[in-house]
Write a protein that binds this ligand. Structure first.
Ligand code: C5P
Length: 219
């Protein structure tokens, strides 16, 4: 890649977890750190892209003037922000660990402890990647992630199809140095033609460069 190989390109990136409120002090969340998504945003910005970074709650900063960051909390907010920005983008990379479900209703007061058990009713959140996949125009490219604990390849191939992605990045939280909190990651990329490309364990920065290079090859 040349330093400005993505000049003139607009790239949407989702990053981090989403938090789904239960009451004013509690939420459903996950352990995503946002590191992979932020590394992707910085790599794309370095190569000259205008980056639209939609981030769930994370403890990360970015210092690039070409990264426009919007902070969101819930899956619903992330979805709305994507709907707003995606139509103008050439590429979208869905690196966020979006909560699949959120509480049916949010209690306005802190829920008190009373009985021995408590049933929380959840409803499905919008699938952002799948929804953008449906809106996708011929000149747009979308990339997703699959973090699987079992049947990794089979599930990833199904998601590639279901979400109408151009490629999917497969990683596993089972192995040392991979997944949510780690600074390193070992990925495989599965393309629409069925090809699978395996990469060794690398820093998330290096992994981001591999993913952005894979995007550039298709663009
Ligand atoms: O279906 P699953 O959650 O495993 O798919 C993961 C991929 O889909 C990731 O790229 C993730 O960012 C995206 N996704 C999404 N919206 C959801 C769930 C997942 O964009 N509600």
């Amino acid at each position: 890649p040349t330093p400005k190989s993505l000049l003139g390109r607009k790239i949407l990136i989702t990053a981090g977890p989403t938090f789904e409120n239960i009451d004013p002090v509690r939420f459903i969340g996950n352990y995503s750190s946002g590191k992979m998504g932020f590394a992707l945003a910085e790599e794309a910005a370095k190569r000259g892209a205008e980056v639209f970074l939609i981030s769930g709650p994370v403890n990360l900063e970015t210092n690039y003037s070409s990264i426009y960051r919007r902070n969101v909390i819930s899956a619903k907010e992330m979805y709305e922000a994507c709907r707003e920005w995606f139509p103008a983008c050439d590429v979208a990379i869905f690196a966020a660990a979006v909560a699949d479900f959120s509480p049916d209703s949010v209690a306005s007061q802190k829920i008190k402890r009373n009985n021995d058990d408590w049933v929380l009713h959840l409803k499905a959140n919008p699938d952002i990647a799948a929804s953008m996949g449906q809106m996708k125009k011929a000149n747009q490219l979308t990339v997703g992630f699959a973090l699987e604990t079992n049947n990794e390849e089979k599930n990833a191939r199904r998601k590639l199809n279901d979400k109408n992605l151009d490629f999917i990045v497969l990683n596993s939280p089972n192995n040392e140095g991979e997944g949510f909190m780690a600074d390193t990651n070992r990925i495989s990329i599965i393309y629409r033609d069925g090809r699978m490309e395996k990469f060794p364990l690398k820093s998330k920065k290096e992994v981001a460069a591999d993913i952005i290079s894979a995007v550039e090859k298709i663009l």
